[in-house]
Design a protein around this ligand. Structure first.
Ligand code: IPE
Ligand code: IPE
Ligand code: MG
Length: 246
Protein backbone atom coordinates (compact mmCIF):
# COMPACT_ATOMS: atom_id res chain seq x y z
CA UNK A 1 0.00 0.00 0.00
CA UNK A 2 1.27 3.47 -0.85
CA UNK A 3 0.62 5.95 1.92
CA UNK A 4 1.62 8.95 -0.19
CA UNK A 5 -1.86 10.46 -0.03
CA UNK A 6 -1.71 10.38 3.80
CA UNK A 7 1.48 12.44 3.90
CA UNK A 8 1.22 16.22 4.12
CA UNK A 9 3.98 17.40 1.79
CA UNK A 10 3.96 20.83 3.44
CA UNK A 11 4.91 19.35 6.80
CA UNK A 12 7.65 16.92 5.85
CA UNK A 13 10.51 16.40 8.26
CA UNK A 14 13.50 18.22 6.81
CA UNK A 15 15.90 15.71 8.26
CA UNK A 16 15.28 12.07 9.16
CA UNK A 17 17.87 9.93 10.93
CA UNK A 18 17.64 6.15 11.22
CA UNK A 19 19.31 3.69 13.58
CA UNK A 20 19.29 0.70 11.26
CA UNK A 21 19.13 -2.15 13.76
CA UNK A 22 18.13 -5.81 13.64
CA UNK A 23 20.15 -7.31 10.78
CA UNK A 24 21.60 -10.05 12.96
CA UNK A 25 18.30 -11.10 14.51
CA UNK A 26 16.60 -11.02 11.12
CA UNK A 27 19.16 -13.51 9.81
CA UNK A 28 19.03 -15.67 12.92
CA UNK A 29 15.26 -15.98 12.59
CA UNK A 30 15.87 -17.42 9.14
CA UNK A 31 18.56 -19.78 10.39
CA UNK A 32 21.24 -17.83 8.53
CA UNK A 33 24.52 -16.16 9.48
CA UNK A 34 24.54 -12.56 10.68
CA UNK A 35 26.29 -11.45 7.53
CA UNK A 36 23.29 -12.56 5.48
CA UNK A 37 21.35 -10.04 7.53
CA UNK A 38 23.86 -7.31 6.73
CA UNK A 39 23.70 -8.09 3.00
CA UNK A 40 19.95 -7.75 3.09
CA UNK A 41 20.31 -4.66 5.23
CA UNK A 42 22.28 -3.09 2.38
CA UNK A 43 19.38 -3.84 0.02
CA UNK A 44 17.01 -2.11 2.44
CA UNK A 45 19.31 0.93 2.42
CA UNK A 46 19.00 1.24 -1.34
CA UNK A 47 15.19 1.04 -1.18
CA UNK A 48 14.90 3.53 1.66
CA UNK A 49 17.26 5.96 -0.09
CA UNK A 50 15.06 5.87 -3.19
CA UNK A 51 11.99 6.25 -0.97
CA UNK A 52 13.10 9.32 0.98
CA UNK A 53 14.00 11.04 -2.28
CA UNK A 54 10.65 10.18 -3.81
CA UNK A 55 8.73 11.33 -0.74
CA UNK A 56 10.56 14.64 -0.94
CA UNK A 57 12.58 14.62 2.27
CA UNK A 58 15.84 16.56 1.88
CA UNK A 59 18.15 14.98 4.42
CA UNK A 60 18.59 11.40 5.54
CA UNK A 61 21.23 10.25 8.03
CA UNK A 62 21.86 6.55 8.48
CA UNK A 63 23.66 5.07 11.48
CA UNK A 64 25.66 2.36 9.77
CA UNK A 65 28.56 1.63 12.15
CA UNK A 66 29.16 2.89 15.68
CA UNK A 67 32.41 3.38 17.59
CA UNK A 68 31.23 0.48 19.77
CA UNK A 69 30.71 -1.77 16.74
CA UNK A 70 34.51 -2.04 16.44
CA UNK A 71 34.22 -4.44 19.37
CA UNK A 72 32.30 -7.02 17.33
CA UNK A 73 34.05 -10.21 16.17
CA UNK A 74 36.83 -9.36 13.74
CA UNK A 75 35.27 -11.34 10.91
CA UNK A 76 31.96 -9.51 11.21
CA UNK A 77 33.73 -6.13 11.20
CA UNK A 78 35.78 -7.10 8.15
CA UNK A 79 32.74 -8.33 6.27
CA UNK A 80 30.81 -5.18 7.12
CA UNK A 81 33.68 -3.06 5.77
CA UNK A 82 33.79 -5.09 2.55
CA UNK A 83 30.05 -4.76 2.16
CA UNK A 84 30.38 -1.03 2.61
CA UNK A 85 32.93 -0.74 -0.19
CA UNK A 86 30.75 -2.85 -2.49
CA UNK A 87 27.61 -0.86 -1.71
CA UNK A 88 29.36 2.48 -2.21
CA UNK A 89 30.60 1.43 -5.64
CA UNK A 90 27.29 -0.07 -6.62
CA UNK A 91 25.03 2.77 -5.53
CA UNK A 92 26.69 5.73 -7.23
CA UNK A 93 24.01 5.50 -9.89
CA UNK A 94 21.23 5.45 -7.30
CA UNK A 95 22.71 8.63 -5.80
CA UNK A 96 22.96 10.38 -9.18
CA UNK A 97 19.51 9.26 -10.33
CA UNK A 98 17.99 10.75 -7.19
CA UNK A 99 20.11 13.90 -7.13
CA UNK A 100 21.69 12.94 -3.80
CA UNK A 101 24.96 14.22 -2.39
CA UNK A 102 26.79 11.75 -0.16
CA UNK A 103 28.16 12.93 3.17
CA UNK A 104 29.72 11.11 6.11
CA UNK A 105 30.07 11.76 9.83
CA UNK A 106 32.19 9.96 12.40
CA UNK A 107 35.82 9.22 13.04
CA UNK A 108 36.37 8.45 9.36
CA UNK A 109 40.12 8.18 9.73
CA UNK A 110 39.55 5.03 11.79
CA UNK A 111 38.06 3.27 8.75
CA UNK A 112 40.23 0.89 6.72
CA UNK A 113 42.05 2.82 3.97
CA UNK A 114 40.06 1.13 1.20
CA UNK A 115 36.76 2.14 2.78
CA UNK A 116 37.97 5.66 3.46
CA UNK A 117 39.12 6.12 -0.15
CA UNK A 118 35.94 4.75 -1.65
CA UNK A 119 33.88 6.95 0.63
CA UNK A 120 35.85 10.09 -0.31
CA UNK A 121 35.55 9.16 -4.00
CA UNK A 122 31.78 8.86 -3.85
CA UNK A 123 31.50 12.08 -1.83
CA UNK A 124 33.57 13.83 -4.52
CA UNK A 125 31.64 12.27 -7.42
CA UNK A 126 28.26 13.28 -5.98
CA UNK A 127 29.20 16.70 -4.59
CA UNK A 128 27.37 18.64 -7.32
CA UNK A 129 24.07 16.87 -6.77
CA UNK A 130 22.10 19.68 -5.30
CA UNK A 131 18.84 18.53 -3.97
CA UNK A 132 19.33 16.01 -1.21
CA UNK A 133 21.94 14.86 1.27
CA UNK A 134 22.51 11.31 2.42
CA UNK A 135 24.78 11.17 5.46
CA UNK A 136 26.36 7.91 6.57
CA UNK A 137 27.39 7.73 10.21
CA UNK A 138 30.47 5.52 10.17
CA UNK A 139 32.70 4.81 13.12
CA UNK A 140 30.39 7.34 14.72
CA UNK A 141 30.03 7.85 18.45
CA UNK A 142 28.26 10.85 19.89
CA UNK A 143 30.38 11.00 23.03
CA UNK A 144 33.56 10.93 20.97
CA UNK A 145 32.12 13.70 18.79
CA UNK A 146 31.40 15.79 21.89
CA UNK A 147 34.85 15.13 23.33
CA UNK A 148 36.39 16.30 20.05
CA UNK A 149 34.26 19.42 20.10
CA UNK A 150 35.33 20.23 23.67
CA UNK A 151 38.98 19.75 22.70
CA UNK A 152 38.73 22.00 19.64
CA UNK A 153 36.90 24.70 21.55
CA UNK A 154 39.42 24.51 24.43
CA UNK A 155 42.29 25.04 22.01
CA UNK A 156 40.52 28.08 20.55
CA UNK A 157 39.95 29.48 24.04
CA UNK A 158 43.57 28.90 24.93
CA UNK A 159 44.69 30.71 21.77
CA UNK A 160 42.27 33.59 22.40
CA UNK A 161 40.23 32.77 19.30
CA UNK A 162 37.01 32.53 21.30
CA UNK A 163 36.30 33.84 24.77
CA UNK A 164 34.61 31.41 27.19
CA UNK A 165 31.67 33.81 27.60
CA UNK A 166 30.93 33.49 23.91
CA UNK A 167 30.45 29.72 24.05
CA UNK A 168 26.82 29.05 23.25
CA UNK A 169 24.74 26.43 21.42
CA UNK A 170 25.86 27.64 18.03
CA UNK A 171 29.53 27.36 18.98
CA UNK A 172 28.96 23.75 20.07
CA UNK A 173 27.00 23.02 16.88
CA UNK A 174 29.79 24.39 14.72
CA UNK A 175 32.24 21.95 16.26
CA UNK A 176 30.20 18.83 15.67
CA UNK A 177 30.42 16.54 12.62
CA UNK A 178 26.84 17.58 11.86
CA UNK A 179 27.72 21.27 11.54
CA UNK A 180 26.36 21.54 8.00
CA UNK A 181 23.17 19.60 8.58
CA UNK A 182 19.78 20.92 9.69
CA UNK A 183 18.18 19.77 12.95
CA UNK A 184 17.01 16.16 13.00
CA UNK A 185 13.21 16.29 13.05
CA UNK A 186 12.55 12.57 13.20
CA UNK A 187 14.70 9.72 14.52
CA UNK A 188 13.61 6.19 13.65
CA UNK A 189 15.05 3.07 15.29
CA UNK A 190 14.22 -0.30 13.77
CA UNK A 191 14.75 -3.68 15.40
CA UNK A 192 12.73 -3.22 18.59
CA UNK A 193 15.32 -1.79 20.99
CA UNK A 194 14.36 1.46 22.66
CA UNK A 195 17.69 3.11 23.09
CA UNK A 196 19.92 5.62 21.37
CA UNK A 197 23.21 3.65 21.38
CA UNK A 198 25.48 6.72 21.35
CA UNK A 199 23.87 8.36 18.32
CA UNK A 200 23.48 12.16 17.99
CA UNK A 201 23.01 12.77 21.72
CA UNK A 202 23.26 16.56 21.58
CA UNK A 203 21.47 16.84 18.24
CA UNK A 204 18.28 14.99 19.22
CA UNK A 205 17.39 17.25 22.16
CA UNK A 206 14.03 18.07 20.49
CA UNK A 207 13.80 15.35 17.87
CA UNK A 208 10.65 13.23 17.57
CA UNK A 209 11.51 9.59 18.31
CA UNK A 210 9.91 6.65 16.54
CA UNK A 211 10.60 3.03 17.45
CA UNK A 212 9.50 0.06 15.39
CA UNK A 213 9.93 -3.68 15.89
CA UNK A 214 10.55 -4.21 12.17
CA UNK A 215 14.05 -5.56 11.60
CA UNK A 216 16.08 -3.34 9.30
CA UNK A 217 16.21 -5.74 6.29
CA UNK A 218 12.38 -5.77 6.28
CA UNK A 219 12.07 -1.97 6.47
CA UNK A 220 10.43 -0.59 3.33
CA UNK A 221 9.15 2.62 1.83
CA UNK A 222 5.79 1.91 3.43
CA UNK A 223 7.38 1.73 6.89
CA UNK A 224 9.11 5.03 6.26
CA UNK A 225 5.81 6.54 5.19
CA UNK A 226 4.14 5.19 8.35
CA UNK A 227 6.82 6.85 10.45
CA UNK A 228 6.28 10.16 8.66
CA UNK A 229 2.50 9.93 9.04
CA UNK A 230 3.00 9.31 12.78
CA UNK A 231 5.41 12.25 12.99
CA UNK A 232 2.89 14.52 11.31
CA UNK A 233 0.25 13.73 13.94
CA UNK A 234 2.47 15.07 16.70
CA UNK A 235 2.48 18.56 18.10
CA UNK A 236 6.01 19.86 18.54
CA UNK A 237 5.74 22.34 21.36
CA UNK A 238 9.39 23.04 22.17
CA UNK A 239 8.49 23.87 25.72
CA UNK A 240 5.59 26.14 24.88
CA UNK A 241 1.89 25.49 25.43
CA UNK A 242 -0.40 24.22 22.75
CA UNK A 243 -2.32 27.54 22.79
CA UNK A 244 0.85 29.49 22.08
CA UNK A 245 1.41 27.52 18.91
CA UNK A 246 -1.94 28.22 17.28
C1 IPE B 1 22.50 -3.35 12.75
O1 IPE B 1 22.12 -4.66 12.93
C2 IPE B 1 23.72 -3.21 11.87
C3 IPE B 1 24.93 -2.78 12.57
C4 IPE B 1 25.03 -2.43 13.81
C5 IPE B 1 26.14 -2.75 11.77
P1 IPE B 1 22.78 -5.57 14.06
O2 IPE B 1 23.97 -6.23 13.48
O3 IPE B 1 23.03 -4.80 15.29
O4 IPE B 1 21.63 -6.63 14.29
P2 IPE B 1 21.10 -7.19 15.68
O5 IPE B 1 20.78 -6.02 16.54
O6 IPE B 1 22.21 -8.02 16.25
O7 IPE B 1 19.91 -7.97 15.33
C1 IPE C 1 23.40 0.66 16.88
O1 IPE C 1 23.10 -0.69 16.81
C2 IPE C 1 24.45 1.01 15.89
C3 IPE C 1 24.03 0.91 14.49
C4 IPE C 1 22.84 0.63 14.06
C5 IPE C 1 25.07 1.18 13.54
P1 IPE C 1 23.77 -1.74 17.80
O2 IPE C 1 23.19 -3.05 17.50
O3 IPE C 1 25.25 -1.63 17.74
O4 IPE C 1 23.28 -1.19 19.22
P2 IPE C 1 23.26 -1.88 20.64
O5 IPE C 1 24.64 -2.38 20.89
O6 IPE C 1 22.28 -3.00 20.59
O7 IPE C 1 22.84 -0.81 21.57
MG1 MG D 1 21.90 -4.40 16.92
Amino acid sequence: MDLNSKIDTKNLPEHIAIIMDGNGRWAKQKGKLRIFGHENGAKAVKKVVEAYAEIGVKNLTLYAFSTENWNRPKLEVQTLMKLLILSLKKEIKTLHDNDIKLNAIGNLKALPTMVYRELMDVIEITKNNGNRTLTLALSYGSREELINAVKQISIKVKNNIISPEKIDESVINEHLYTRNLPEVDLLIRTGGEKRISNFLLWQIAYTELYFTNVFWPDFTKQHLQEAIVDYQKRERRFGKTSEQLS
